[in-house]
Design a protein around this ligand. Sequence first.
Ligand code: AMP
Length: 423
Amino acid sequence: MRYAPPKGTYDILPSAPGRDAVQDSSNWQWLESHFRELCRLYAFSEVRTPIFEAHELIHRSVGEGTDIVAKETFDFVTKGGDHLTLRPEGTAGVMRAFVTNRLYVERPTSKLFYIGPNFRYERPQKGRYRQHHQAGAELLGAAGPEADAEIIALACAFYARLGLTDLTVKLNTVGTPESRAAYVEALRAWAEPLLPQMSADNRRRYEENALRMLDSKEPQDIALLGSAPALRDYLDAPSQEHFAQVKHYLTALGLAYDEDPRLVRGFDYYTHTVFEIQSSVLGDKALGGGGRYNGLIEAVGGPATPGIGFGLGLERVLLALEELKTLEAPAPTLGAFLCPLGDAARARCVELLAELRRAGIAADMDYTERRMKVMLEQADQNRARFAVILGDDELAKGVATVRDMQTKAQESIALDLLAERLA
Ligand code: AMP
């Protein structure tokens, strides 16, 4: 019996030539360390929440009429009868944690970040998986447009740090729940006579969650949507002012954006600012996106607290960098690879390894009594700077033969001095 990874998932493996970018663990370490370092600079602290949450939390906060909840969640019932859902995105769980742990008392303004897997039952294809990873940030307790700018700036800084430059930030506002309700009414009135010409999905959305009709990627819907009423005509004055301020700050920070009046994004919880970041090489698959969600914390049982955040798909970053041929993740390297010949040398190598590591030198050895040629190949494969060759002759003299793997030059070094010299 041979098992494959479940559909829409993949394994992340040690770096090797020709490995797909998303399967190379050194790429992940590189991405994640850049995100962590940036979050430190921007004063965001890490949170880690469970990968499953109460079914109701996910379904209610993401929204019953959304595609994610309607079609894509992994829902299950435990042996104890609890209804749970694998998280399809990061925000709902972070909001739940903010409320359960009363972070609003400890840190009324909370700047939180997370990195982790999400699960969506989607049709797998390149850049779309059933388990994907996101890096996300949430700024809670600040309603002003400075917070919107901070969040968008952090997302842009992450991409810039990785060398992803061909980006567009799409920006829109969906206003307050009240102005949106007025808009949705107008949208439904507009759509009703056109329903026979719309896709089945949009007819369902019309019934369940009409705003989502704007999300449609079907050509027949897109053509019709050209004549739909515009959300911005229904915004109240404070919403318009908030949006103007956000744009002002982005410009002040030197961040370019494109206004997209049809951008509503796939979640129900958004209010005011929504944004999405696209790369020219990924087509209509977004790199990441986010928005403000001023009612969400209250909806999950906390005190009314404004919030804004983003989730950035990490597989897509790697795919875009691979496509642009600018992926620069450093592959792991070793300082020394020890090549023992014989049992006595192998025993000495166990001690030498410990000495080298105490001196801060990344080191490994051959464990399997291979031939010298094969051990040197292994040293190369591990990108070792030096191979340390130890046979009976060397042992008798208390030295090792140290081979520079690049120049191939060899030198005899006393074993007592090895760590010091290699360091
Ligand atoms: P969303 O939470 O839907 O706004 O998605 C945020 C980002 O996560 C997207 O822009 C993608 O980069 C990424 N993403 C979402 N769903 C998937 C998926 N099924 N496979 C890979 N990446 C995804």
